[in-house]
Design a binder for this molecule. Structure first.
Ligand SMILES: CC(C)(COP(=O)(O)OP(=O)(O)OC[C@H]1O[C@@H](n2cnc3c(N)ncnc32)[C@H](O)[C@@H]1O)[C@@H](O)C(=O)NCCC(=O)NCCS
Ligand SMILES: Nc1ncnc2c1ncn2[C@@H]1O[C@H](COP(=O)(O)OP(=O)(O)OP(=O)(O)O)[C@@H](O)[C@H]1O
Length: 203
């Protein structure tokens, strides 16, 4: 049997667009998923070299006494300051990129997904064969996040939105767009893209 490399597919979308929800549907179809946000947090807590660099840049207070990341503290620092988020991105994203590449090379599915809030913003699309954007109206996204994240206020949600590429730009750069609005069913959209990706992977 020929050992093929899986097609690498990005699954992105702005905060609250519903990309984790969409990822769960692909998971039911047995598609392996790399959750970049979760993995970034894992690396920030466990990779000693990265931890050292983050402490040097942001101070010891970004870690709790048990060694875990103080996310609330770091969020308050970086989401209100363009320079600080850039500094954090420059430390974390190369580590995530390498980690994804190692993970992807051990997968044997026809295609794999990298679920990440930032793909075009970090140039991550260059490492991917296709990108799917999950698109939802801004107002809906803000209200979903305020309902989901009790620790976040509307100002922080708007700051985060300002740090991400506008939805229209993500749509035009993507190969596929999933519309996650109240009047559109998600599962048929996922199934249609799944079929196209299987076909693409078999060529
Ligand atoms: C600052 C941190 C600790 C805040 O953690 P917290 O649990 O409050 O938020 P969470 O990670 O769930 O992020 C909330 C949303 O903010 C957005 N977001 C996260 N990081 C970034 C970023 N660097 N730039 C723009 N938006 C971001 C995403 O839409 C995300 O879903 C955390 O977001 C972080 O470590 N970010 C840096 C790593 C990163 O860039 N992750 C995203 C892509 S890999
Ligand atoms: N179609 C939908 N109908 C109702 N609720 C939804 C829908 N899609 C997503 N949600 C809810 O909205 C919230 C945000 O969705 P989700 O966590 O999937 O977004 P996300 O894009 O991964 O967000 P983040 O960038 O913050 O990680 C969740 O609580 C989720 O259950």
């Amino acid at each position: 049997m020929i050992d093929r490399k899986p097609l690498l597919v990005g699954l992105t979308g702005g905060i609250g667009s519903g990309k984790s929800t969409v990822a769960k549907v692909f998971q039911i179809l047995n598609i392996p998923i790399y959750f970049a946000d979760d993995r970034a947090k894992w690396l920030m807590a466990k990779d000693e070299g990265l931890k050292h660099k983050i402490k040097s840049e942001f101070g010891e207070a970004v870690y709790n006494e048990d060694g875990s990341l103080n996310r609330k503290h770091l969020a308050a620092e970086v989401f209100a300051d363009d320079q600080k988020i850039k500094a954090l991105n420059n430390l974390v994203h190369p580590a995530v990129r390498e980690d994804f590449s190692i993970w992807a090379s051990s997968q044997s599915a026809p295609y794999v997904l990298k679920e990440a809030a930032l793909i075009f913003e970090t140039g991550g699309d260059k490492d991917l064969d296709k990108v799917i954007n999950v698109s939802s109206p801004l107002k809906v996204r803000v209200s979903r996040i305020l309902m989901r994240d009790a620790h976040r206020d509307e100002n922080q949600v708007n700051d985060i939105i300002d740090m991400q590429l506008p939805d229209e730009e993500k749509n035009s750069k993507s190969d596929f767009v999933i519309k996650n609005t109240d009047n559109k069913l998600l599962i048929p959209q996922v199934l249609q893209i799944h079929q196209k990706l299987l076909l693409e992977a078999s060529v």
